[in-house]
Design a protein around this ligand. Structure first.
Ligand code: F6R
Length: 609
């Protein structure tokens, strides 16, 4: 949800800002802009569209500057336009500001500022901040920012430049992420870590309420209580190459192919080398806390919510703990009934999703223990939780989440058998056999990826359909939901996921010869039932694409197209099943000419409610 990048140092700031913004483009891509200082003047360049459009504008100007701020926008207030693109200037053109977040009381502030004679050039909520700073600039830049922030309600990560202080950037955050990258006689600011890894592995994550002054040689941070404060530096181990496309056409395709490695890295971070014991390094749950768990609530948004649904099955099946899944945005405003005996598990790739963060805060208010499953080190969700289990997927840049999902499911599987063991509800022998089944999954994912050509051909056949149904049972149902979401978000084809048995309670009315129906017909307890559902679709002329387990001869007679998956434990088949669904969505989107890494209207981290 909007990306901020900033630089101060000895190099050419313009090219660094453009490069940094390109890496943040997945956070928003409807318009972009940069502000730099040279010859004691603020210079502003903006454009509607992608960073490449902005790049062609700035490259036609030969301006040398060593300090600047950039922004890539995902519109909330005011349509995508040059006027609404950030940075925004005060009335005198002396102060430039970039913002990620939402200022909830901006209308009231704007009215008051207009009454004082301020002239607004955009329809954004952001612009009030820069005029508020202007109001107080006579007190000095830092004080002016502090005074302005006091008036704001809502969330923000901001960067500010002032022409009279051409050596410093002021940054601040509340509810939106911002990190500082420490360099040699240069420093960087960014909305997130993946955009930073090329420049610095020494990261300071600002806390809510922090304000910092960043010059090329110093970072000074003040906490919400105004005292100067030292924030820990974290050393990030992500290598810069992992944030590049490495020869793949799109990040999404690269990340789909990275899943075997992402899953094994995640498992190895949790299971000791003997492959017999599970140790969560940062779980922070004592034996007593574990024995007190009477109920689990899993909460998340989007794809992470789908992995939570699979987690619910696992926790009930292996650990016999009553579990339920809540959309984070619903949970947080519903006065949920949770207490100290409830374990809340918040799941998030980015660690910055505003609703998931809000759900954690709500759960903690009621005394629940909260652990998160997260892919980004020291992100807001991690810091707000009592404990964390990291997925080791590496940076996920493609807007459509892929490797985060499969690694989250692997973690949920490990957590469930761990709790099952701790609570004596799973025998040692069963625990070990489940663990060894999980270790086989990365190789089986590789086998599924080998069907890519076949999946591309299936995509060819169905890419012109305007609707699709995805059906599954058990863990196959969340996988069906995830397959439908992938198709919707990157190809703009209307798709719905359903528990297969529910189809006859309504969606069956949609089935005709134009309706592709993707059915997860995987071996296991529910196989016979799902065959019955396929017959119901066939009887109405629907076109069935089945995902089935290798060796299943019957299915080829019942489905128009079949994608075979290697045999695995039934509970783990959802991990394998989701891979062809990701590829199917990818190739359908490509054939429809869609921009898979930057689908319209979407952003990678949803840092607004
Ligand atoms: C879909 C997708 C989104 C995210 C959701 C939660 O492909 O990426 O639905 O899953 O916005 O994001 P995180 O996991 O970062 O909290």
């Amino acid at each position: 949800m909007c990306g901020i990048f900033g630089y101060v140092g000895g190099k050419d700031s313009v090219s660094i800002l453009i490069e940094g913004l390109k890496k943040l483009e997945y956070r928003g891509y409807d318009s972009a802009g940069i502000a730099t200082i040279s010859n004691k003047k603020i210079h502003l360049e903006k454009s509607v569209g992608k960073i490449a459009d902005l790049e062609s504008i700035v490259s036609s100007k030969s301006r040398i500057s060593h300090i600047g701020l950039g922004h890539t926008r995902w519109a909330t207030h005011g349509q995508p336009s040059k006027e609404n693109a950030h940075p925004h200037l005060d009335c005198t053109g002396s102060i430039a500001l970039v913002h990620n977040g939402i200022i909830e009381n901006y209308e009231e502030l704007k009215r008051a500022l207009c009454a004082k004679g301020h002239v607004f050039r955009s329809q954004t909520d952001t612009e009030v901040i820069v005029h508020l700073i202007e109001e107080n600039i006579r007190h000095g830049l830092e004080n002016a920012v502090k005074l302005a922030l006091k008036k704001l309600k809502g969330s923000y990560a901001i960067g500010v430049l002032y022409k009279n202080n051409p050596d410093k950037i002021i940054v601040a955050r509340k509810g939106s992420p911002l990190v500082i990258g420490i360099g040699e006689k240069e420093n960087f600011i960014s909305s997130d870590i993946p955009a930073m890894v090329k420049y610095s592995s020494r990261i300071i994550t600002l806390e809510d309420g922090d304000i910092a002054t960043v010059t090329k040689s110093k970072v000074k941070i003040f906490s919400a209580t105004k005292t100067s404060i030292k924030r820990e530096e974290t050393l990030i181990s992500w290598d810069p190459i992992s944030a590049e496309k490495s020869g793949y056409a799109h990040f999404m395709l690269k990340e789909i192919h990275e899943q075997p490695k992402a899953i094994i890295d995640t498992i190895k971070d949790i299971v000791d080398p003997s492959k017999k014991n599970i140790k969560f390094k940062h779980l922070n749950l004592k034996e007593k806390d574990i024995s007190n768990i009477k109920r689990v609530v899993l909460t998340a948004c989007g794809t992470s919510w789908h992995s939570a649904l699979i987690g619910e099955y696992y926790l009930e099946y292996y650990a016999k703990i009553p579990s339920e899944v809540e959309y984070a945005a619903e949970f947080r405003y519903r006065m949920p009934i949770v207490d100290k005996n409830t374990l809340v598990i918040a799941i998030s790739q980015s660690g910055e999703t505003a609703d998931t963060l809000g759900a954690i805060q709500e759960a903690k208010k009621h005394g629940a223990k909260v652990i998160s499953i997260c892919n980004v080190f020291s992100s807001s969700i991690v810091r707000e939780s009592d404990g964390v289990i990291y997925t080791m997927a590496g940076p996920e840049i493609g807007v459509a989440s892929t490797k985060a999902f499969t690694t989250q499911v692997a973690v949920l599987f490990l957590l469930s058998i761990f709790l099952g063991r701790k609570k004596n509800r799973l025998s040692k022998a069963k625990f070990l056999s489940r663990l060894s089944s999980l270790f086989e999954i990365p190789h089986k994912v590789e086998q599924v990826l080998a069907s890519e050509d076949k999946i591309e051909k299936i995509a060819d056949k169905y890419c012109n359909a305007n609707n699709a149904l995805y059906l599954g049972r058990g863990e196959g149902f969340p996988a069906a939901l995830e397959g439908a979401l992938k198709l919707k978000e990157i190809s703009y084809v209307h798709a719905e996921g359903y528990p297969a048995a529910e189809m006859k309670h309504g969606p069956i009315a949609l089935i005709d010869e134009n309706m592709p129906v993707v059915v997860l017909a995987l071996a296991g307890r529910r196989y016979e039932k799902i065959l019955g559902n396929i017959e119901e679709v066939n009887a109405r002329g629907g076109r069935v694409i089945a995902l089935a387990t290798e060796g299943d001869r019957l299915i080829t007679k019942k489905a128009k197209d079949v994608i075979f998956l290697p045999k695995t434990r039934e509970t783990l088949s959802a991990i394998l099943a989701v891979i062809p669904l990701q590829l199917l969505a990818y190739y359908i989107a490509i054939k429809r000419g869609c921009h898979v890494d930057q689908p319209r209207n979407l952003a990678k981290s949803v840092t607004v409610e």
